[in-house]
Design a binder for this molecule. Structure first.
Ligand code: FMN
Length: 352
């Protein structure tokens, strides 16, 4: 029996109130299973997969763990309904999503008993997410990796906790047991971490790329809109510096080249990609130019995260990478978080 039971552990059926978030090309079946076997709750990064790949991923996770786990996907993509059916068929415990959720899809998932736990980066989005049916909400402060908001966790988290009646999970800048206790004292039901799990042994990121994360100074993990038109936190490397200097026409040409390359890999058509892009534009208020730029992200991120060329591709990262210097196993990480949380709680109790 865990000593850190919260509404989150009850909702997700995990031992500890610690979520490993979805990260494109990083949160694979191996990482998810390692997290769950260590007592946390992992999400498969289905947003960058075809529905068939999501199903294969779910089956692969089940071969490695009998613990509950979740799937992340975008509700605006053409394969979203197939992914939902797959999650229902395989009895997935929870789903996570972010931009442009669909009320009908959320209802279908909830009717099947699947926990709906979106990630939001702003107070108004948290309120809206619950209105649309979310069972819990992950709230990501601006410190967080990948697409991120502008308000830091220490301000945003208590605002969201005060506004909602459902469990709130703190994300953005967390890495250890002190952070877990801090989040619990703000009223959160647990923490969700991306970058910390990326920097573990089980993460599939090539070693030379992981080393860039270990060495990155905190102040060089910056937010830029240049990759896909939306604020995204990344390590400031040669690839990002080159991107920042590329003209509007250069960005357009790059987007067309990367878009075509991406459709070749996914087997989708350019029409499908433009349709997804159009839905993204509608929901995020982006310009057409920005929407086209979204085609850059998949190819440029994979260059670093899959092919292992950290200077030639993009490195999405939370600021917290600047404070992480090790690459433990998932089990070592979880044990250290829980030990430190318990020690911190004991220390705090001596103040009473
Ligand atoms: C490499 C990387 C890839 C990410 N990919 C996704 C994704 O595919 N879907 C998603 O909802 N969030 C994605 N995120 C955001 C994370 O799920 C998570 O919310 C964030 O990393 C939390 O902040 P932290 O990095 O400070 O822990 C990504 C983050 C990183 C670092």
């Amino acid at each position: 029996m865990s000593v850190l039971q919260t509404p989150l552990t009850q909702l997700l059926g995990c031992e500890y109130p610690v979520i490993q978030t979805a990260m494109g090309w990083v949160a694979d079946p191996n990482l998810v299973a390692a997290t769950c076997n260590a007592g946390g709750f992992g999400f498969l990064a289905g947003a960058v997969m075809t529905p068939q790949e999501v199903e294969q991923g779910i089956i692969a996770i089940k071969e490695k763990t009998n613990k509950p786990f979740g799937v992340n996907f975008h509700m605006y993509t053409p394969g979203a309904n197939d992914i939902i059916d797959t999650c229902i068929f395989h009895g997935v415990k929870a789903v996570s999503y972010s931009r442009s959720p669909s009320k009908a899809m959320i209802q279908k998932l909830k009717d099947a008993g699947i926990v709906c736990i979106p990630t939001v980066g702003a107070l108004k989005h948290a309120v809206k997410a619950v209105e649309m049916g979310a069972d819990a909400v992950v709230v990501q402060g601006g410190e967080g990796g990948g697409h991120t908001g502008s308000v830091s966790s220490s301000i945003l988290l208590p605002q969201v906790v005060d506004a909602l009646e459902v469990p709130v999970v703190a994300a953005g800048g967390f890495k250890d047991g002190r952070g877990l206790v801090a989040a619990l004292s703000y009223g959160a039901a647990g923490i969700a971490m991306g970058t910390r799990f990326l920097m573990t042994q089980e993460s599939p990121v090539p070693t030379q790329t992981k080393q860039h994360y270990v060495k990155a100074p905190t102040e060089q993990i910056i937010v830029s809109k240049k990759l896909d038109g939306m604020p995204q936190r990344m390590i400031n490397n040669p690839c990002l510096r080159e991107l920042q200097q590329t003209s509007a026409l250069g960005m357009l040409l790059l987007a067309v080249k990367n878009g075509l390359a991406f459709t070749k890999i996914t087997g989708g058509s350019l029409v499908d990609m433009l349709r997804s892009g159009w839905q993204m534009k509608q929901s995020n208020g982006l310009s057409f130019g920005q929407t086209l730029m979204a085609a850059n992200a998949p190819m440029m991120i994979q260059e670093a995260m899959v092919k292992g060329h950290p200077d030639k591709g993009i490195l999405p990262s939370g600021q917290v990478a600047g404070a992480i210097t090790d690459l433990p196993t998932g089990a070592e990480l979880m044990q250290s978080i829980i030990d430190e949380a318990q020690a911190t709680l004991n220390n705090l109790s001596t103040l009473m």
